[in-house]
Design a protein. Sequence first.
Length: 121
Amino acid sequence: MPGLTKYYGVTLDCPNPPQLAEFYQHLTGLKISYNTDDFAGLDGNGGPAMGFQRVEDFRAPQWPEQSVPQQFHLDFQAEDLDAAEKWVVELGGTKADNQPGGERWRVFLDPAGHPFCISTG
């Protein structure tokens, strides 16, 4: 089923989403499209979007040392979430137990355990 999803954007964990969104807004020229204390997003302007989500007790990645690995997850879009879920499972992924997105998005884990989301847009 190639083409069922398309790459939509990336979301980075952080302690202060508005601050990180402002940094990347200036760095990339993308416009802030959503902004709360817990989540901020940059409009991808036709390309991938960027999101920033608050994580309590955030520990910054240690680069290149990996005692604290990089924190982010990929976001994808699909027209039909049920079909996308079936496809993810067929590919070896799993649907995460915690599903905070309701009908707007679903959280999955890739075969290595990395989370990613699929939304309807």
